[in-house]
Design a protein around this ligand. Sequence first.
Ligand code: HEM
Length: 509
Amino acid sequence: MYHYVFLAAVALLAVVGYGVKNQRRRSAKLPPSPPSVPFLGHLHLLGPLLHRSLHELHLRHGTDGGLLLLQLGRRRTLVVSTAAAAADLYRNHDLAFASRPFIAAAHKLSYGSKNVTFSPFGEHWRRAKKMAVVHVLSPRRVEAFAPVRAAAAAALVAETRRAAAAANGDAVELRGLLYSYSNAVVTRAATGAAGTTAEKLKQLLGNATSLVAGVQADDLLPDMAAKGVRWATGLEKKYDATIEEWDKFLSPIMAEHAEKKGEDGGVLEEDFMDVLLRLREEGTDGSELTDSHVKSLVVDLIAAATETTSVMLEWTMAELVANPRVLAKLQDEISRAVDGKPTITEAEVSGMEYLKAVVKEVLRLHPPAPILVPHQSTAAAVVQGYEIPAKTSLFINAWAIGRDTAAWDSPEEFRPERFLASRVQAVDFRGNDYQLVPFGAGRRICPGINFAVPVLEMALVGLLHHFDWELPAAGGVHAAELDMSEAPGLTTPLRVPLRLVPKCKTSLA
Ligand code: HEM
């Protein structure tokens, strides 16, 4: 009972506070906002697919300057929906918006925000990000994992072949195969794990991501009240149990790493955990790396890499079967590069221009994290002529920016050729072209781009070289009618898992 009285009091205070804030707002030049209601602000205007709701609100209320200001529960939130507004923000205000809002689930599951992704802007984040970029995911280290990618891509082909044989001409669901592939590459690179260990990691990851997705109590209520709600609903206990399980699992792996150190005389490539433990011992960048820091960073990299990559692969296969002309053209490019050889190297794959264009086109239309990861400002800023107060959350709608008619011709059309035309050829997703930001840009840009690209490319080359792909005849679905609707979540996969008929073209994986 006391609990409900307390919540009611908090809600009343929030309404009063909201009115006072609105009074103040009228004097500043703030970005456009739709009409709001007390307490919820604009939360009631959002559907489960946040990027789509935000895009619709932008088209109705925020087209001037590409900005919209929403009050999402207690979070004042700036929404960026055009390439021009993203360019202004990244070029002129990146530092002001380089922090993260506090999300209790993410904080708990990252050992107290000790990772990169959820760490607020500051010295800890700077060091952790530097470790990720310079040491763990450097171009040299990413290249050294080429045999891991080749083995995982061969296993994906073998598994697909097995699934095709078992299906006996029927369709195979791709999601599980693609998730296992991306998870296998990253868990091997992160901890050396394979087989049952990787399976356990996969399960732990699934439990953790389900806790972080969706609207959370701390989006609506002040810290203490939100904590009360989490406690009353048993969520706080779930967080504790999940992190305990991660810890029980990672501690022996870490102990093994510490023990085996130096045993191979430097012959084997260091995995991410090896690198972090070495940095700790050397005491330079890693001087403050406690066990929790190491575990938190390893979990961060596995979580950031697994679902994004597999979701992106499923969308690519869906777009290819929905566009048979593109599929045939890509398969032709792959056949010419393979040219009868038993295997193909990553260097050869990285020279495939059409493959690169297909990957960019899929990332433009289906960024796996459509509004990136929320940012938060630490200082006031004037963006596109509007005054944005400090402590404003920020959603960059990469999904809407990829459909910005001022930046793209016929944006709804799936046409990889747009990236081969001279005007657009140089447009890339590495953070310099603000009309294509599936990995973000600026200080918070994804440090895993170099790791992700060959993982995506090797899987696609394997799947398209060894198999032809058809829609199941039984469903009577034609390419143009394929269900391309999305499911909500931390990443945005297809709503209906993709089922295709693989027809083996080759006899050996
Ligand atoms: C297709 C694959 C991937 C996509 C689409 C993707 C996308 C993103 C996005 C949108 C962000 C947030 C950017 C922002 O806050 O503005 C991000 C952050 C991050 N990503 Fe990725 N990512 C992918 C793969 C990877 C991989 C393979 C790794 C590591 C092995 C990785 C590690 C991280 C980390 C550590 C961050 C946090 C950066 C920070 O907060 O400073 N990602 N990624």
